[in-house]
Write a new protein. Structure first.
Length: 383
């Protein structure tokens, strides 16, 4: 086992252990991938102010996200096909998040179902919802999340239509994988992954298969999903979902100040500044560049979170300094999961937490909840 020092080490190990189609699914963006790359690289342009001779004892990274106490301002983002990075991946990641003291968000397009995750965890996890044409299915999905005791509903607004991701098309992405000669050769080089998959019954979309009329197995799922993402999604649908959910509502996919104002008007508890990890509109602004204007406009009226490009505790610190009450990690935890299962997710969280804590100290602060732009070097961060 190599020495793991940062998220990049986990990424390299995951690439060795996860089949190509599923690694590429996690580690790619749409079209030219310019927004996917900018999400990460724009963090690097922001420079920190180092302070000295400041009392650094008694530091705390603890805060809250939508009223939930968290060990650090980080939640695990909803990611589709998580259970294809590692067998039972959603369960493993949820357990790691619970033990660490941060929220886990389960995707509608997860491999493990809502009920699977609920049966293996104690802390309320969050559930992410896609709006589909089949409103009866959406109502049942919301009811299942309520029955599982989910603590918040994360409503994704930026996937009315699907952005084209070239790697997925070239790899023939499917769950379970298509047994082409190329894929069989690649799978043969991933014995650890194959053993895990042979040992679990969870290989399809657990929230959908068996819960939708006419979708009893994976062969009938593709046609259903191709028709189901609803391009008619609008703010009236947000109101409809909010009434049926009745709990904490977080709106994901806000990149524009005007949309942020509409999110406030919707009565949601929080919004997530997000471009879907650069997987939808290629050429869109990075999340960290979009964050300051949105936080300045609506941050006093709604809790502002962000995701996209976070690969370190320093990235978390920079996002908080620019107005985010909380952040979400997607690829960072997926790398850990693909590399080492539950232990890898825990390692990813430990790395981010340590980097956040030490960097906060070097910048002369003790409380993550009190961070502001004074920790950033003027002229290096977006305004």
């Amino acid at each position: 086992m190599p020495v793991i020092t940062d998220i990049e080490d986990l990424r390299v190990l995951a690439k060795k252990r996860v089949p190509r189609m599923f690694y590429d699914y996690a580690d790619s963006g749409s079209w030219t991938e310019s927004t996917y790359r900018a999400n990460e690289s724009d963090f690097q342009a922001i420079k920190l102010r180092q302070r000295v001779a400041v009392d650094m004892e008694g530091r705390s990274t603890a805060t809250t996200m939508v009223g939930v106490p968290v060990a650090m301002p980080v939640a695990i983002a909803p990611t589709g096909l998580t259970g294809m990075q590692h067998a039972d991946g959603e369960i493993l990641a949820a357990r790691a998040a619970e033990a660490f003291g941060i929220p886990f968000t389960l995707s509608t397009m997860s491999i493990c179902s809502i009920e699977d995750v609920a049966a293996h965890t104690k802390a309320p996890f969050w559930f992410q919802l896609y709006v589909m044409r089949d409103r009866d299915f959406i109502e049942r999905l919301i009811a299942r999340a309520q029955a599982a005791g989910c603590g918040a509903l994360v409503l994704t607004l930026d996937l009315q239509i699907l952005g084209q991701r070239h790697k997925d098309l070239k790899n023939g992405l499917s769950a379970p994988p298509k047994l082409t000669l190329t894929n069989l050769i690649n799978l043969a080089s991933k014995p650890r992954w194959c053993r895990g998959m042979l040992g679990t019954k969870r290989r399809g979309f657990g929230n959908i298969v068996g819960h939708v009329s006419g979708v009893a197995d994976m062969s009938s799922l593709g046609a259903w999903t191709a028709q189901q993402f609803d391009p008619r999604l609008n703010w009236n649908d947000v109101e409809w979902i909010k009434k049926r959910w009745g709990g904490k509502l977080i709106l994901k996919g806000i990149q524009d100040v005007e949309d942020a104002r509409l999110a406030v008007a919707s009565g949601a508890d929080a919004l997530i500044v997000s471009n879907h990890g650069g997987r939808q509109l290629d050429g869109a602004e990075s999340s960290i560049r979009a964050l300051p204007a949105i936080a300045a406009e609506v941050g006093s009226r709604i809790e502002v979170h962000m995701d996209g490009g976070i690969r370190s505790g320093q990235d978390v610190l920079k996002a908080v300094a620019l107005g985010a009450r909380g952040t979400y990690i997607g690829r960072a935890f997926l790398y850990g999961l693909g590399a080492m299962g539950e232990a890898g997710v825990t390692k990813a969280l430990q790395i981010i937490h340590k980097e956040l804590d030490l960097t906060m100290a070097f910048c002369g602060h003790k409380r993550v909840a009190e961070l502001g732009t004074d920790i950033l070097l003027p002229g290096t961060f977006p305004t």
